[in-house]
Design a protein around this ligand. Structure first.
Ligand SMILES: [Ca+2]
Ligand SMILES: [Ca+2]
Ligand SMILES: [Ca+2]
Ligand SMILES: [Ca+2]
Length: 530
């Protein structure tokens, strides 16, 4: 097995002597969450008569076509981080080139080697085979799916032994690459129903799928903009979490908040039955916080909260994640079917595709969610990425076998968003600044590569002459940015909008900036994205 989670891999059976001795706090967590039998089940909380979209409905609108893939590019890291893959739906890849290139260049700065592909058509099996090849030949540790890539479905004859027939999209199919997926119930009906062999996940998968939320390329471009901003610390919110737990799970809420606090020591907790209402959730979402852990009966269209001694309900609708645009980066939705990316306007997608802050969400495509939260938050607290922590958590669930309870609770678990994000931060802006200082350079370049503008920050000693010129790739001077002597000591900022001396917009491409500051010369390559 390729995984090597650094979270303690403890036996979850009660009375495990080793774990008791080593990590007493941990035992507390384990004892509370290992036994699922008392935890009230999530239920579909949609309006009367609503139900999730089925495989048959999905496949009618998204029929399988021939699989094609184009290698877009390979960008090599320095070997200090793993190899990763980006798979983009071919029909939208062109429109997203800038955003994807920006992500790739950031991943390279984070030491990853990135293989980027454009994919069209295919079945779940062809896509899985493609990932198996990437895993076996290129040793990828994870992948990001951008756009509408093949969806795999799973069915359960009697969900939780009480809900009856259930069917749902399953991304674990793409994470476990060497286990065996079975189709023994209604064989050939396009839905898997069993899982044996090495069932542990080999890789993690993150999804960016905009089903029924808006124009895919518009939403995805904006997502990449936010994603880049987060890495450069301009989208950071307070390092704290909102824990908001509705009535049914009040007895578990303190423990679950404790698990969240491993990553965010500062949690804002709400689990009083009459306080946990949609109106209060709405208000609390306006408090800037990096993470939201929400526990409520839901459906892809919203969350329902009980009040008035459990006799009344009110609703926070999924579209409110769009309209309210909460100042929150990440979500853990303990919320029925909230990550069901085949349903139009699904809430998990709305939470990450809003205008300003949403970046990542974990949730389920079925009636279920995460439990055993410690195994997710602990790796995150150790600066692991969302993808790595998600895989660690899933490995914790699968490594000692999967009970029927675990299957019903967890097999719909999905990671929405860029799996390489770290809730503990990236600090690329800091890294860039440090690099500049290390080189003792009085010039710092911000926003490179970029579409719109690049900023030069200069540290000027008194009476320094400074000169900045831009040259195109043929060596022709296209723009004089500054040429003068600055008398006072100052920090100086120059913004270039990729225009030439006549004010005309220059085409996308590579340019060189030549700077001369107090007699010292500097040169740097600038990339103007389309
Ligand atoms: Ca089947
Ligand atoms: Ca496996
Ligand atoms: Ca309540
Ligand atoms: Ca298990």
């Amino acid at each position: 097995m390729g995984s090597n989670p650094s979270a303690p891999r403890l036996n979850t059976k009660k009375g495990d002597e080793m774990s008791k001795i080593l990590i007493p706090i941990f035992i507390f967590s384990t004892l509370f969450s290992a036994d699922y039998s008392n935890i009230p089940l999530l239920k579909w909380a949609g309006p009367e008569g609503t139900r999730p979209k089925t495989y048959e409905e999905w496949i009618e609108q998204n029929p399988y076509t021939e699989f094609q893939c184009i290698l877009d590019k390979v960008v090599y890291g320095n070997g200090r981080a793993g190899n990763v893959a980006i798979l983009t739906e071919q029909s939208i890849a062109g429109a997203l080139t800038n955003g994807i290139n920006q992500l790739i260049s950031n991943l390279q700065l984070e030491n990853y080697t990135v293989l980027s592909y454009q994919i069209s058509g295919g079945t779940p099996e062809t896509l899985r085979t493609f990932l198996q090849n990437l895993y076996n030949n290129n040793n990828i540790e994870g992948a990001l799916f951008i756009g509408n890539l093949p969806v795999t479905w799973f069915e359960i004859a009697n969900d939780y032994n009480q809900y009856g027939y259930a069917q749902f999209p399953i991304d674990l199919f793409y994470m476990d690459l060497n286990g065996t997926w079975l189709d023994t119930m209604n064989t050939g009906n396009g839905k898997y129903d069993g899982h044996t062999g090495d069932i542990n996940p080999e890789i993690y998968v993150g999804r960016l799928m905009t089903t029924g939320i808006g124009t895919d390329t518009v939403l995805l471009k904006n997502y990449f903009r936010k994603n880049n901003a987060y890495r450069y610390d301009t989208l950071l919110l307070q390092h704290r979490a909102l824990v908001f737990c509705d009535d049914d799970w009040i007895p578990w809420a303190p423990q679950w908040a404790n698990d969240v606090s491993v990553l965010y020591p500062d949690t804002m907790n709400y689990w009083h039955a009459e306080t946990t209402r949609a109106s209060i959730y709405r208000t609390k979402l306006n408090t800037p916080e990096a993470w939201v852990a929400l526990f409520a009966h839901s459906w892809p269209g919203g969350h329902q909260f009980r009040y008035n001694n459990g006799n009344s309900w009110d609703t926070y609708y999924s579209y409110e994640y769009t309209n309210q645009d909460p100042p929150a980066n990440f979500y853990n939705h303990f919320a029925c079917s909230f990550a069901r990316y085949t349903d139009n306007g699904y809430g998990g997608g709305r939470a990450i595709f809003n205008q300003s802050y949403g970046l990542g969400a974990v949730g389920s495509t079925k009636t279920g969610s995460m439990l055993e939260f410690y195994y997710f938050y602990y790796p995150l607290s150790q600066h692991k990425t969302l993808g790595q922590a998600f895989k660690d958590w899933f490995t914790h669930i699968t490594s000692d076998g999967v009970t029927f309870d675990e299957l019903c609770w967890h097999y719909g678990m999905t990671l929405l968003g860029d799996p390489w994000l770290k809730p503990t931060g990236h600090g690329l802006a800091v890294a860039e600044y440090k690099k500049t200082l290390a080189g003792n350079s009085p010039i710092k370049i911000i926003g490179n590569p970029s579409r719109a503008q690049v900023i030069f920050q200069l540290k000027i000693e008194p009476s320094s002459s400074i000169r900045l010129n831009i040259y195109d790739c043929l060596g022709k001077k296209v723009k004089k940015l500054i040429d003068k002597t600055i008398l006072s000591q100052n920090d100086y900022e120059i913004i270039w909008h990729f225009d030439d001396d006549a004010g005309r917009q220059l085409p996308a491409g590579v340019y060189n900036v030549c700077a001369e500051i107090a007699g010292r010369k500097f040169m740097a390559k600038l990339v103007h994205l389309k």
